[in-house]
Structures are given as C-alpha cells and as structure tokens.
Design a protein around this ligand. Sequence first.
Ligand code: CA
Length: 507
Amino acid sequence: MHAHALMFVLAGLLLLSGCARHSRSDAARAAREAAGPPNIVFIMADDHAWQAISAYGSNRNVTPHIDRLAAEGVRFDRAFVTNSICAPSRAVILTGLHSHLNGVRTNAETFDGEQLTFPKLLTRAGYSTAMIGKWHLKSRPTGFDHYEVLIGQGPYYNPAMIRDGEQVEHRGYTTEIITELAIDWLREGREPGKPFLMMVQHKAPHRNWMPAAAHLTDFDGVDLPEPATLFDDYADNASPARAQEMTIANHLSPHDLKLAPQRRLDAEQQAVWDAAYAPKNEAYHEAVEAGELTGDDLVRWNYQRYAKDYLRCVQSVDDSVGTLLDELDAMGLAENTIVVYTSDQGWYLGEHGWYDKRWMYEESFRTPLLVRWPGVAEPGGVNTDLVQNLDFAPTFLEAAGVPVPVPMQGRSMVDVIAGPTPADWRSSVYYHYYENPGAHNVARHEGVRTATHKLIRFYDTDEWELYDLVADPDELTNLHGRAGTEALTARLEAELVKLRAAYAVTD
Ligand code: CA
C-alpha cells in the first residue's frame, strides 16, 4: 500500500477508536496530508557542542538564528549519536544503520555509495535533491541530483570543492561559500514544482577553528566562563580517561592556538588575520618570557584562546542559519519546509579538560537537534525522548510519504516531533565507538543510556563505568562496583545485551 494511503487508513482507525489522546497528532497528520510532501532543509555543523548554542543554555555565546529554530520548532534535549565521530556519524545519518552494518566504523573507512540511503529514496520518489558542503566519506556522493562538496575535511579558507564530479576553486571563507552555494541552488538549481531535500553541511566549527574576518575579534576582552570540570583529574574513571590525548593542557598545537602560521590564507586575508592575532600573540609571548604564564594559568590561557576561536567559527554558522531562514521566508517556502539543525556529534568545550569528541560521556554523545516543521512541531517545544541520528533517515522518509526500508534500524521521529510520543518509544539507546588505535587515543567502548543512567564498557581492558545522570550530570562519580548498585548494574547490562541483539552487533 502507498504510504500516503496507509497513513489515511491509520488516521481513520485512530479517529474511529475515538481516542482523545491522539487528537493533536491526528490534526498534525491531516495538516501534513493537505500540504503535500514537505521540503527538507537539513543543516549540519561539524563538532558543534550543544553547550555552544544559547537555546541550549550556553553561558558563553549567543546564537540568535539557531535559537530562532528553537523558538519556532522543537528542541531535543536527549538527542544522541551512535558513534561520536565525523565520518561514521554521516554514514549513520544517510543509511539509518549502525556503524557495523553501514561499514564506516572509523574515519579511515570508505563509505560504500552503492548502499541504500534516504536521499536516494527521496530522489526516486520525485524529490529534487542536493548535498552542499562537508561530505567526508571518501567516496563521491551518490543519490543526489546535485552535489558540491569539500574534499576530505576541507579548509576554512579558499576551498577546492567537487561539483558533480568536477573540481572547482573558491576564494573566501568556507562557511560563507557553502551558504551562498545553498542559496544559489534554492534559487536556480532545484527543479521547480518538485519538493526538495537540501543538505547543507558545514566544516565549521571543526578543528583548527579559523574564524571569518567578520568574527575575528569577537570575544576580545571577554573572559569566557570555564566549565566546572576544566581541571578534572579523572580520579574516578576507568583507565581510558587518563590515557587519552585530547587535553587543553597538553594536546593543542601551536597551529591550533594560532601561535604558528596558518595555511591557505591569501595576502589580503593574511593581513586581516595578522591585525587580529599579532597584538594578542605578542602579549602572550611577553607573559611567557616573564614567567607569568605557567601551570594552571597556561591551561586557562589555552582554554580562552581555543574556546574563543571555536565560538567565532560558531558565529559564522549561526549567520548561515539566519541567511538560509531569511531566504526560505523570502521565497515563500518556510510553511511547507522542515528545517533541521544538528551536528555530526557533540563536543568538549573544555569540559573534563578536553577538546574533541569520541566518548560516550554526555558532551560528545549528545548532539544538538532542533526541528522546525510548521503545523507539526510545536513552536518552542522541548522534547526529552531518547532519539538518535540513526532516526533521521526514517524520519525524513516518513515525512515525505516514502516507505521506510525494513533493514533501517532507526525509528521515524515524526510522531515524536508531532506529539504525543508513542507509548512504545524506546527507553534506552546504544552507543559504540571503534577508532582505536587512532587520533587522541580514546579506547574502544560501547554502552547503554537510559533517561537516568549510563553504563559504559571499555571492552579492551574489561573496565566499566556507571553514572547516575540525575545526581551526577557531570559524570564524576563512577558507581560501577559500588555496594548497592548491583541490581541497577544487572538491569543495565541486560539492556545492553538486548540492544546488541536487536542491532545485530557482534564481537
Ligand atoms: Ca565531527
């Protein structure tokens, strides 16, 4: 049966059942049917911490345009990834399959573009489709009418890109170029009369955090608040937390800290850059030579330098969201367009003394997720259901009225977005990180998280961690093995076994 017909039948059955609880979702479903297949604008940043979005309560920056999506749509407070690293996250999003089944467990693996992906299915269903920005899956994009993507990680300035198979050179700031390419496609690239999918994927704010000219001096003269765990000593953690190589104290390079020359800037860009950094670097070198910048003070300096550059890059991403939302308004498209803002994972903005991601701890496991869907998502809504990037593909397919292929492991979030949440929605999520040996030396681990607790298994060393996320949101007290936690541990271990079986995870 065609999905639209099926939805009508289901809606009819629900109406016949006379269940008042479903009235809101029925109304939303009727509105969706009347409007026809929605357009989808999927905006994804790379490494954007939810702590660096004011709608998520940031005390360090203000993101008015991303916040607009929170005001006009639903903010998800328990959105998680399945594997907190760039390429694997992208493969999960495209396929709706966990890493061990889509073949991209680490950044080193190449995505098999022959696989079924949601953009392919939307193209086949009559959508006009485009992928613009950071792709990062080694193989070329497949299943889009049009693509223009960065090569690998891509640089912050003057990127070469691959446009439908041909290399093109750009001059300027990458976040702004990606935004302009997206606007061009909305205006002239897409096929008129068709619904569309546009994926806009930024490089920013990925390492090494090079800001745009427009934001080079943002936060100058400001002392950013430090996270409570900046000087975490990992005393209560299993051994991997002490073996990692991602501390702000010891693992940022002079290049990261803008104390060494940057690559790729042209003469004009270099002059603007030097005007911003040279005086600050001079003050730094004087302080170091005078012996005034040592120990914790040096860590604090690194944190301020790193976090400010990161947040400057975020401001350009926020500008991009504003430009895209304004364009949708100007084109009269906002009403029947789903706009999603997310990141390929979360990020440590100094929490636990770190930068980077990879861990199942909250900062990198959780990712920002905002969904604006007029007539369906409640404006200003806040949702605490456990959702994952695994769910994006089935969600977009259901929204478009396209049947979700059985092998996809995620579950459509359409009813979660519309509310009320289905009674049988999941009560736990599964996580698995694989990249070791690898950058930053984070041990392989898997785990399960419920609304209130988290169990992590570092299987190479047979170590475990258990956290009470209500009493200990910073995850500083490892309860595993402590008296009184036996029943809880057994329950979570059983849940982990169940999830591994459900997702066909093998050793
Ligand atoms: Ca990333």
